[in-house]
Design a protein around this ligand. Structure first.
Ligand code: UYC
Length: 232
């Protein structure tokens, strides 16, 4: 009833991240009144950079059929909650949509596609990257891709997450692979079926970088100035 909604609304606004995480799905199950609270919540937080809690609330709304929600999103968040900044006119909305739907497998492929677009038509045709192309990728674009992953994965997935783990392991690749679920013992995780395409995956599991041509591309990516504190 109304009392439940009011107390959930209060906890959503004032609660810890853990509390908020539990309340969002409860509101999602309460029909129009729950959706109203989630819309109000997103609206009120829009001055601040989106967090993964905003991501959770947005995902509920994005996946709702309610006409008033569709209108609200078109009005207030036509391109999602992460600013889709690009230095070279790349459209990141397809990536934001796949992540909002939590289709991590398609989002992973889309990320590779967008990284190739960043590098130019040769890379788009080739469908993979040289490490020099990654080195030259614009900071804002990489941050946009990364922020989309962070916000839509409870902060679990993204290049910056992989970088933190890699740094914590002294940049040791052989320690990184099992930690992020890309290798088990002597066996590489096989693409695509052995990867975990949901939030039960280990931290840093996605997005993938194919290691078939060696680690230099991923080394360039994780060393990119996009992730150094001073530029953020
Ligand atoms: N694949 O094994 N991967 C592909 C990964 C390796 C291989 C794509 C990641 C090891 C082949 C993605 C891992 C290896 C293809 C990834 C992984 C290997 C392929 C699709 C764990 C063999 C077919 C996009 C490190 C021992 C395509 C793309 C080709 C595809 C990702 C084999 C995203 C993270 C060393 C044969 N693998 N990949 O890049 O290029 O094609 O022939 O990393």
């Amino acid at each position: 009833g109304t009392a439940d909604i009011d107390s959930l609304r209060q906890s959503l606004i004032t609660g810890s991240v853990q509390v908020q995480q539990q309340i969002i799905p409860q509101l999602a199950n309460l029909g129009d009144e729950g959706l109203d609270v989630l819309m109000e919540f997103l609206q009120q937080r829009r001055e601040h950079p989106a967090t993964w809690i905003d991501g959770k609330a947005y995902q509920v709304l994005y996946n709702s059929d309610a006409p008033q929600v569709k209108e609200f999103l078109l009005d207030c968040f036509p391109e999602g909650i992460v600013p889709l900044k690009s230095e070279c006119g790349i459209n990141y909305n397809p990536l934001q949509q796949l992540l909002a739907m939590q289709d991590f497998q398609a989002a992973d492929l889309m990320s590779i596609q967008k990284m190739c677009e960043l590098a130019g038509p040769m890379a788009v045709q080739r469908k993979w990257l040289y490490f020099t192309e990654v080195e030259n990728a614009p900071i804002v674009d990489l941050q946009t891709i990364n922020n989309l992953w962070l916000v839509h994965s409870e902060g679990k997935f993204g290049f910056s997450v992989q970088r933190e783990i890699w740094l914590s392991l002294g940049k040791n690749w052989e320690s990184l692979w099992p930690k992020i679920g890309w290798k088990s013992g002597n066996n590489w995780t096989r693409y695509p079926n052995q990867f975990t395409w949901d939030l039960s995956a280990p931290k840093g599991h996605l997005p993938l970088s194919n290691q078939l041509r060696g680690v230099r591309v991923m080394a360039s990516l994780l060393s990119h100035p996009a992730w150094s504190k001073s530029t953020k």
